[in-house]
Design a protein around this ligand. Structure first.
Ligand code: CP
Ligand code: NVA
Length: 310
């Protein structure tokens, strides 16, 4: 049986290096031959709960499950009993008797952990305050397609120490990528996630660095990544952050530090002229649309792994 069948994907710590690579390999195979996987999830249903906005995650999961022969039920938590305070445990038990998997996008990681613990079906994190594992799988697929490897790649993430930074730290340290994060003081990734990444890095042989100098971080990078300065939930700090993060913009001065053939990634949505200049995000080094397209393929691979016995 497929060893990932029935597993939760909450923050990538539940996966080994080999498992991450096997998802990416399958994603590349599904992308090349989608017809070979049509019907593999026939009769399977994924419920998707959204407490935060989404374009890519929602559409790519729904299109993906349809292409695999299954169906999605989209729930806006405000319109469910969860929005009126029904206990997570009850929601988890009830949903487990109707559908085959849950994808959730919400604020609290604690809530998602409780949901997963009380569910007998896989729970997939479609973004929380602290993690964005599905995005990382698509990003790793893109890096693999562009650079032919993950191990030994130097990835520099410049900006807020947010969910994306955390997921790069965990995923990158597992697969053997060198991860450098540069943030303004006070916006560093969470200490426990940095510690975990450093532990992983001892095994994979990668290097983890947390800096406050973006130029130093970008030095010799194969991949430059940024994300919005104010994530969903931080909107009220937008103005204040725009001032604090000014020198962390990915622009020509910063990219000059990276390798000549550097790749630029951004999970989108982006604010051109804030975290990245238009010439960089729309320039020849940018793979943002390939990256977004890979959400579909990476998540199809992930759903096959956790929802199909094979
Ligand atoms: N990158 C990403 O998760 O996009 P959405 O917020 O549109 O789902
Ligand atoms: N860090 C961003 C990612 C959006 C896909 C946020 O959480 O809003």
């Amino acid at each position: 049986m497929n060893s990932m069948y029935g597993r939760n994907i909450l923050n990538l710590t539940e996966l080994s290096k080999e498992e991450i690579l096997s998802i990416i390999k399958l994603a590349i195979e599904i992308k090349a031959k989608p017809e070979a996987y049509r019907g593999i999830l026939a009769g399977k249903i994924i419920a998707m709960i959204f407490e935060k906005n989404s374009t890519r995650t929602r559409v790519s999961f729904e299109a993906g499950i349809i292409q695999l022969g299954g169906q999605a039920i989209i729930l806006d938590s405000k319109n469910t009993q969860m929005g009126r305070g029904e206990p997570i445990k009850d929601t988890a038990n009830v949903m487990s008797s109707y559908v085959d998997a849950i994808m959730i996008r919400t604020f609290s990681d604690q809530m998602v952990t409780e949901l997963a613990e009380a569910s007998s079906i896989p729970v997939i994190n479609g973004l929380t305050d602290d993690h964005h594992p599905c995005q990382i799988l698509a990003d790793f697929q893109t890096i693999y397609e562009q650079k032919g490897q993950l191990e030994g790649i130097k990835l520099a993430y410049i900006g807020d120490g947010n969910n994306m930074a955390h997921s790069f730290l965990i995923g990158g340290s597992l697969v053997g990528m060198d991860i450098t994060i540069a943030t303004p003081k006070g916006y560093e990734p969470k200490a426990e996630i940095v510690t975990l990444a450093k532990e992983n890095a001892k095994v994979s042989g990668s290097k983890i660095e947390i800096l406050t100098d973006p130029e130093q971080a970008a030095k010799n990078a194969d991949v430059l990544v940024t994300d919005v300065w104010a994530s969903m939930g931080d909107e009220s700090e937008q103005k204040e952050r725009a001032e604090i993060f000014k020198s962390f913009q990915v622009n020509n001065r910063l990219t000059a530090q990276a390798k000549k053939d550097y790749l630029f990634l951004h999970c989108l949505p982006a604010h051109r002229g804030e975290e990245v200049t238009t010439d960089i995000i729309d320039g020849i080094h940018s793979a943002i649309y390939q990256e977004a397209a890979n959400r579909l393929h990476a998540q199809k691979a992930l759903m096959v792994k956790v929802m199909a016995k094979l």
